[in-house]
Design a protein around this ligand. Structure first.
Ligand code: G16
Ligand code: MG
Length: 217
């Protein structure tokens, strides 16, 4: 029995959301826009381009494409500076235990992330070898909640959507999995991720018997 186990990156495997936040906050400050951690929730799982648009809408700012391109480049440069020293210590609790168990069970594993920086992050955290397929922001044209990223991931593993399981920390990502008729597992707060079929606060709350039940399903 093979299922596709598809992992989101930011907020599921590593807590890079804090770095995205710091980098966006810097841009917002320069533009005189108030940007809080609460507002940042809306940027989770959302593409870089869409994230900037959300911030500009917040500040009621209309900008030229060349200004937008400049801020997008600046944001990414700043974000990358936080990743320079990244290593395995930034993998979220419980994640390695589940990745190792899935490998032992010979289950196919994929990454389904909106980020264009996914590969260097997987390399730095030494998790890249666990993934049989990597689909990220460089491969897709439609951002979550469009299911494209997860559909491509399942296809790359040769598994049907119905036999795919998605681990996601964002509302947009959970919706994408549901639209694709995949099993959605929300990682985070139940109040935020209530659309998910299963919800856990983090991977330390996921045990191998739950994974076994998904494999048998
Ligand atoms: C992530 C984050 C988003 C970020 C997006 C694009 O995706 O959750 O906050 O805006 O990637 O990232 P980048 O600027 O690195 O291309 P995911 O899908 O891994 O949660
Ligand atoms: Mg995420």
């Amino acid at each position: 029995n093979k299922k596709a186990f598809i992992f989101d990156l930011d907020g599921v495997i590593v807590d890079t959301a804090k770095y995205h936040y710091l980098a966006w906050q810097k841009i917002a400050n320069e533009l005189g826009i108030e940007f809080t951690p609460e507002r940042n929730e809306e940027l989770k799982g959302v593409s870089r381009v869409r994230s900037l648009d959300i911030i500009l809408e917040l500040g009621k700012i209309t900008a030229s494409q060349s200004d937008k391109d400049k801020w997008l480049a600046q944001k990414n440069e700043d974000y990358l500076s936080y990743l320079v020293d990244m290593d395995e210590s930034e993998i979220l609790p419980g994640v390695m235990h589940i990745l190792k168990f899935l490998k032992e069970q010979n289950q196919p594993i994929a990454l389904g992330s909106a980020s264009k920086n996914a590969r260097p992050i997987l390399e730095k955290t030494k998790t890249i070898s666990y993934f049989d397929a990597i689909i990220d922001g460089n491969d897709v044209t439609h951002a979550k909640p469009d299911p494209e990223v997860f559909v491509q991931a399942a296809k790359a593993l040769g598994i049907s959507n119905e036999d795919s399981i998605v681990f996601e920390d964002s509302v947009a990502g959970v919706q994408a999995a549901n639209i694709a008729k995949m099993t959605s597992v929300g990682i985070g707060q139940a109040s935020v991720l209530h659309e998910a079929q299963f919800i856990f606060p983090d991977f330390t709350h996921i045990d191998t018997s739950f994974i076994e039940s998904l494999i048998k399903k």
